[in-house]
Ligand binder design. Structure first.
Ligand SMILES: [Zn+2]
Length: 240
C-alpha cells in the first residue's frame, strides 16, 4: 500500500467520545486538526463525573454527535459518527485519517484500531485509563506496534466495570492528545513507546520503549512509509 500524501489541515479519527475522547478531541480540534469522532454510546448520568464535556443537557443523546457539536461550537471541525468502530467499516470515517486515536473502553477495539493503523501505514495513539492510572501507546509506521507488546486482548476489566477516578481520564487524555499532536508534527520520540501512569496521585509517568516482536502478526510485514509529513503545522497557543 502506498502512503497517503501529506495534507493540511491534518485529519484524525477519534474512537470513543467518553472520558478520554473528550479531552483528546477538544485538544486536537483546538490545534486545528479536523476530526471524525466515532462512538456508539449515549450519555448517561453515571458518565458525568469523568466525562466533563457533557452536562445533564446531553443525557440520552449520542456521545459522538454531542462531542462533535461541542468541537464545532468552539470553532473546530468535527463530525460525529454514531456507530461502533469496526475495521471493516472505515471507508466513511477513518480511511483518510492521518492519525487514529483510540479512546474507547474496549480492548478488542484498541487492538483492531492499532492493527488497522499498522496495516494501512497510519500513525496511531491508544489510550486507556483504569482506577487511578492508565497508559498511552504511540505508534507510527516502522516502529514496534501495540500487538508487539500486548499480543492479545486480555481479561482486564474496563473502567466502565472497575471504575476510574474522574481526574485520571483528563490527565491520560491530555497526555494522549499531546503525544498525538507531536506525532502529527513529525515527532517520533514516542513511537514504539508505552507511557504508563501507575497511580496519578503518587507516581510519575514511566516511559517504556520496546522492540518489535519478531513475527508479530500485525507489523512484521506492514508498510513502513509514514503517511503524514514530518513537518506539518499544528497551532500552539500563546499564553496560558
Ligand atoms: Zn508488532
Amino acid at each position: 500500500m502506498t502512503a497517503t500524501p501529506a495534507r493540511v489541515p491534518l485529519r484524525a479519527t477519534v474512537i470513543g467520545a467518553g472520558g478520554l475522547g473528550g479531552p483528546i478531541a477538544l485538544s486536537l480540534a483546538a490545534a486545528g486538526v479536523e476530526l471524525v469522532i466515532v462512538d456508539h454510546d449515549t450519555v448517561e448520568l453515571s458518565n458525568l463525573h469523568r466525562q466533563l464535556q457533557f452536562t445533564t443537557q446531553d443525557l440520552g443523546h449520542p456521545k459522538a454527535t454531542r462531542l462533535a457539536g461541542l468541537v464545532v461550537a468552539r470553532g473546530g471541525s468535527a463530525r460525529g459518527v454514531v456507530m461502533k468502530w469496526r475495521p471493516e467499516e472505515v471507508d466513511d470515517h477513518t480511511m483518510d485519517a492521518d492519525l487514529v486515536v483510540d479512546a474507547s473502553d474496549d480492548p478488542e477495539t484498541k487492538f483492531a484500531a492499532a492493527d488497522w493503523a499498522v496495516a494501512n501505514g497510519r500513525a496511531y495513539v491508544i489510550a486507556a485509563a483504569l482506577r487511578y492510572g492508565g497508559n498511552v501507546m504511540a505508534g507510527t509506521p516502522g516502529y514496534s506496534c501495540y500487538r508487539c507488546l500486548f499480543e492479545e486482548p486480555g481479561e482486564a476489566p474496563t473502567c466502565g466495570d472497575a471504575g476510574v477516578l474522574g481526574p485520571v481520564v483528563g490527565a491520560v487524555g491530555g497526555l494522549a492528545a499531546a503525544i498525538a499532536l507531536g506525532i502529527l508534527q513529525g515527532d517520533r520520540r514516542f513511537a514504539g513507546t508505552l507511557v504508563v501512569i501507575d497511580d496519578l496521585r503518587t507516581s510519575a509517568p514511566r516511559f517504556i520503549r520496546f522492540s518489535p516482536r519478531p513475527g508479530c502478526p500485525a507489523c512484521a510485514r506492514a508498510p513502513i512509509s509514514p503517511s503524514s509529513s514530518d513537518a506539518t503545522p499544528v497551532r500552539v497557543a500563546e499564553g496560558s
